[in-house]
Write a protein that binds this ligand. Structure first.
Ligand code: GSH
Length: 180
């Protein structure tokens, strides 16, 4: 039985890679790039018809499980390869599960697009293609959800909990930190 994670670390594949490394589960890393059409080959499209990394393929006794969408990959690894023992990053109760799902969906819907715009137009794109005004607008929009995150973390801190969803680092922190 093998857990395979497709996608170079400097990409959204960081999310499942981080989850697997936190858990210490063995996995095979296929560190493929997403550039130059590498994700558009027929072989890769058979794994993810969207043509994106990451993909997780979990070869199990009852058949292979294929997961795409980076956050789903990280949540899957935590749920299936971790122990819900209150020690690991795996949610250990319905409350922790709900928190992990809630903050993960929040990160994707409320943060990711604007965070990427800032990354691209401040650092990642060639300088002559950057549009600082787009980064400024995205930064301004991000202040609203980031204030929600800040308020939640302050409330956690006041309860003596240093993390997002529990009094320990969980997959919720992996998912949100990989965006914010
Ligand atoms: N929502 C998807 C987005 C995946 C995505 O866009 N991955 C990029 C790399 S970070 C990619 O594969 N780009 C190549 C392409 O779209 O051709 C996820 O979170 O997995």
């Amino acid at each position: 039985m093998t857990l395979k994670i497709y996608g170079m670390g400097a990409s959204r594949a960081a999310r499942p890679l981080w989850a697997a490394l936190e858990l210490g589960v063995p996995f095979e890393h296929i560190a493929m790039t997403y550039k130059a059409g590498a994700t558009r080959t027929p072989e890769f499209l058979a794994l993810n018809p969207n043509g994106h990394i990451p993909v997780v393929v979990d070869e199990r006794a009852d058949g292979a499980v294929t997961v795409w969408e980076s956050m789903a990959c990280a949540l899957y690894i935590a749920r299936v390869h971790g122990q819900a023992d209150g020690q690991s990053i795996t949610p250990a109760s319905p409350r922790e599960e709900a928190e992990a799902l809630r903050w993960t969906f929040w990160a994707v819907t409320e943060l990711e697009k604007d965070a990427l715009t800032v990354l691209m137009h401040r650092m990642a794109m060639p300088e002559d293609q950057r549009k600082p005004e787009l980064a400024d607008q995205a930064e301004s929009r991000l202040k609203v959800p980031l204030a929600v995150l800040e308020q939640h973390l302050q409330a956690q801190h006041a309860k003596g909990e240093a993390y997002l969803a529990a009094n320990r680092f969980t997959v919720a922190d992996v998912c949100v930190a990989s965006v914010a």
